[in-house]
Design a protein around this ligand. Structure first.
Ligand SMILES: Nc1c(NC[C@H](O)[C@H](O)[C@H](O)CO)[nH]c(=O)[nH]c1=O
Ligand SMILES: CC(=O)[C@@H](O)COP(=O)(O)O
Length: 162
C-alpha cells in the first residue's frame, strides 16, 4: 500500500470547476470518499465550484463522465474525480469491471484532454476499504482532491486542452 498522500498544496484562489462522479455501492465507504474529497478540495481550492454526481455502481461511472465532458466548453469541468469501491466476491465480476473501468477512465482523459482522477478502488475486503475510505492516513478521497486540484490548476494555467 502506498505510504503517503501527495503533499497538500498551499490554497489558491483558482476558480476551477471540479466534478466528482461517485458510485453508491458500498455506500458507507463511497460516501466517506465523497466527504473526504469534498472537504480537502474546499481546503486547497476554496474558490472552486464543485459538482457531485452519484450513480448506482462503479460500472456506470465512465459513461457518466463521458456525458459530463461532452458538455459545452463553458460548462465542462477542469477536472473529474471518479470515486468508487468495488469489493471482490466469489466470481470474476469485480476484476472484470475494475479493469474495464480503469481503461475507460484513461481513454476519457485522453479523448477530452481533461484530467480524470481515478479512485475507483478494487478491494479484497472491508478492512482495506476502511483504511482507504474512512481512516485518514492514506485516505483516497483526500488523495483524489489534491491530485485534482494540482491537475486542474496545471491545465488552467499552463496547458492547452485542444
Ligand atoms: N459489486 C459491486 C458493483 N457492482 C455493480 C456494477 O458496478 C454495475 O452497477 C452493475 O454491473 C450494473 O451495470 N459495483 C460497485 O461499485 N461495487 C461493487 O462492489
Ligand atoms: C463487483 C461485484 O459485482 C461482486 O462483488 C459481486 O460479487 P460476486 O462476484 O460474488 O457475484
Amino acid at each position: 500500500m502506498s505510504t503517503e498522500l501527495p503533499r497538500r498544496q498551499r490554497p489558491t484562489g483558482t476558480r476551477a470547476k471540479i466534478c466528482i462522479v461517485a458510485s453508491e455501492y458500498n455506500e458507507q465507504y463511497t460516501q466517506a470518499l465523497v466527504d473526504n474529497c469534498s472537504e480537502e478540495l474546499a481546503a486547497v481550492l476554496p474558490s472552486a465550484r464543485l459538482e457531485v454526481v452519484r450513480v448506482p455502481g462503479a460500472f456506470e461511472i465512465p459513461v457518466t463522465i463521458k456525458s459530463i465532458l461532452s458538455r459545452s466548453p463553458e460548462k465542462r469541468p477542469d477536472a473529474v474525480v471518479a470515486l468508487g469501491v468495488i469489493l471482490r466476491g466469489s466470481t470474476d465480476h469485480a476484476d472484470l469491471i475494475g479493469s474495464t473501468i480503469t481503461q475507460a477512465l484513461m481513454q476519457l482523459a485522453l479523448e477530452f484532454t481533461t484530467p480524470v482522477i481515478h479512485e475507483v478502488l478494487l478491494l479484497n475486503d472491508e478492512k482495506q476499504a476502511f483504511a482507504r475510505c474512512i481512516a485518514s492516513q492514506l485516505n483516497r478521497g483526500r488523495e483524489a482532491a489534491r491530485t485534482a486540484a494540482r491537475m486542474a490548476e496545471l491545465f488552467i494555467n499552463s496547458l492547452s486542452r485542444q
